[in-house]
Design a protein around this ligand. Structure first.
Ligand code: IP8
Length: 247
């Protein structure tokens, strides 16, 4: 029987410091990775951009029509994202694991993403590592977010478990960084009643949340967990679980 496949996103907001350009939180990332490796089964990892992706994307006006400035931005952001991926891969490698970075923009063929290679490398025992990336399509410079990759891969591989490591405890009724009254939702079915604000270069919290809810159609278990406490993934069956389960 095939081993279970876990699809895991390391959110850019947790593995980088959001407002400091290219600031990698290596200890936080390392703790998450150690916990990931305790999970049974194969793993495929996606990471977001954080301060390696969003700051310069916004500064260069990406997404938008091709202009010399946007092309320069696409080039810079892509290199920065590769740098972030290399650092993450380095942490996996330091634990004796075999990460394999796939440059997401190179998977974009004839108008769509083709994940055949990462999936085949997964089957061979490597840990595919993908990331939100800039890409060019037609006359536009665009961003393919880590969350979209998560949804595409969920559709394709039907993972047994999907985990989103975030910089907050889970999904709240409101933005917990802005509103101290915001309540953690231990279980959600959809996005009704959730005031998801917060903007970035890829559509902000609302779109992220909608994507996570859609991922649930393809996987039995979907969790949102604070990446500062990745060990919480061991307690998903407990009544005290601190995180959000998507039903
Ligand atoms: O952080 C976008 O991925 P996300 C990455 O998952 C870039 O939204 C290049 C901004």
């Amino acid at each position: 029987m095939d081993r279970p496949v876990n699809l895991i996103k390391m959110g850019g907001s947790i593995i980088t410091r959001k407002n400091s350009y290219r600031y990698f939180r290596s200890q936080v990332a390392s703790k998450i990775i150690k916990e990931i490796m305790e999970i049974d089964g194969e793993k495929i990892i996606v990471h977001g951009g954080g301060s390696f992706g969003h700051i310069k994307s916004l500064e260069y006006g990406i997404p938008g029509e091709i202009t010399p400035k946007r092309l320069a931005g696409a080039s810079l952001v892509h290199s920065d994202m590769l740098e972030l991926s290399s650092r993450i891969a380095g942490l996996f490698a330091s634990l004796g694991e075999k990460p394999y970075i796939f440059s997401t923009s190179s998977l974009f063929r004839q108008g769509e993403m083709d994940y055949a290679e990462p999936v085949s490398y997964l089957r061979k025992g490597l840990i595919p590592l993908l990331f939100g990336d800039t890409y060019i399509s037609g006359n536009r410079v665009l961003i393919y977010s880590g969350d979209r990759i998560m949804l595409d891969l969920s559709r394709q591989i039907k993972p047994s478990k999907v985990i989103f490591f975030s910089d907050v405890d889970g999904v709240f009724t409101d933005d917990p960084k802005e509103n101290p009254e915001a309540k953690l939702l231990q279980r959600i079915k959809g996005t009704a009643g959730i005031n998801a604000t917060g903007k970035d270069a890829t559509g902000g919290m609302k779109l992220k949340l909608e994507t996570m809810v859609e991922v649930k159609r393809y996987s039995k278990e979907v969790y949102i967990i604070n990446g500062r406490f990745p060990e919480r993934i061991r307690e998903t069956d407990s009544a005290d679980f601190k995180g959000t389960v998507i039903e």
